[in-house]
Design a protein around this ligand. Sequence first.
Ligand code: FAD
Length: 390
Amino acid sequence: LPPFDPDDPLGIDDLLTDEDRAVRDTVRRWAADRVLPDIADWYERGELPGIRELARELGSLGALGMSLTGYGCAGASAVQYGLACLELEAADSGIRSLVSVQGSLAMYALHRFGSEEQKQRWLPRMASGEIIGCFGLTEPDHGSDPAGMRTHAKKDGTDWVLTGRKMWITNGSVAGVAVVWARTDDGIRGFVVPTDSPGFTAPEIKHKWSLRASVTSELVMDEVRLPADAVLPGVTGLRGPLSCLSHARYGIVWGSMGAARASFQAALEYAKTREQFDRPIGGFQLTQAKLADMAVELHKGILLAHHLGLRMDAGRLRPEQISFGKLNNVREAIEICRTARTILGANGISLEYPVMRHATNLESVLTYEGTVEMHQLVLGKALTGLDAFR
Ligand code: FAD
């Protein structure tokens, strides 16, 4: 039998192809080199300095729009995209958020619903990281229930005139292009908005205690005039943004396990070296129970993510299955981080260790891309056939 590997107790590595491992190792090395040395400092300052350079490097790695094909995208498998999300989030959820929003939300919307002209114009430069994108769905008064959105676009001759506010928009202030969802006379449509359009501003939201190394913004659109071809032709209705969100949520199923892995590893190392009552705290049964439970949830979660990845690659992944994964993995990841925090004692609250940073980041991850409650309701509806949303 192969020896027991504390880093991979279930032998999940055996399920990966050589190419999967190569992607994983490349992204892991990049994150160790470019993010880990500075992330605590960025987090403390509440900034992501060098975001444009980081985006270009992520573009060179092929991590932007990674599982999309053509237009300079890497055409990787869903499993490989997931592994990249895990490795990025093991560094920080803010970096994974940058990549998720760019690839799974903004680029995915253009790739799936855009005209050939829109794709040619935006996707290659977004894949390279030259242009950062954002995705505006949430509004100050409409989060879990976006159907009530107020942002609207009206026809004026052949032009569109877009007015409204979006809130909590990742990458907003640094984006060159925003995909904005708005109400029209024909239903909800997606608009491709160059962020230098007159009437468009994106003030950054400050004073966050979570995802501090991530740009989060408000989008203000005051009669932004757009040409007729700014609308995404391929979709009308909430199905558009929701299918983009499904793709991004899939990445979070993997990513959240990265934050959990980093926190688990920090706790395990600490438990083996920190001594109290003349022995390592890892020798106490209560600490071992915590570590065993954390490892079980961590590797079950990775196994679940891999299973969903294979289904996505086979074209058989249902949205309810993504809800299953997002609900379980983010909820368990935050529990793992909180338990890791207790193992580190007072040191657990310090930025010298990654666990509190990951735990506070996951508070956002628990809420965005569908709250825990929304995913419970999705599964509840699928199980019972009864809609409890309203
Ligand atoms: P609400 O919808 O007001 O929910 C508040 C609480 O009520 C939650 O617990 C919710 O589950 C519960 N609730 C609501 N309805 C029900 C119900 N029917 N039954 C039971 N409970 C219910 N959005 C974007 O469009 N683009 C982005 O790039 C983006 N990035 C984000 C980045 C960060 C850091 C954060 C924090 C958020 C981001 N969001 C983004 C917004 C995010 O998607 C929303 O916050 C999320 O959808 C929840 O909406 P809300 O905050 O308005 O909460």
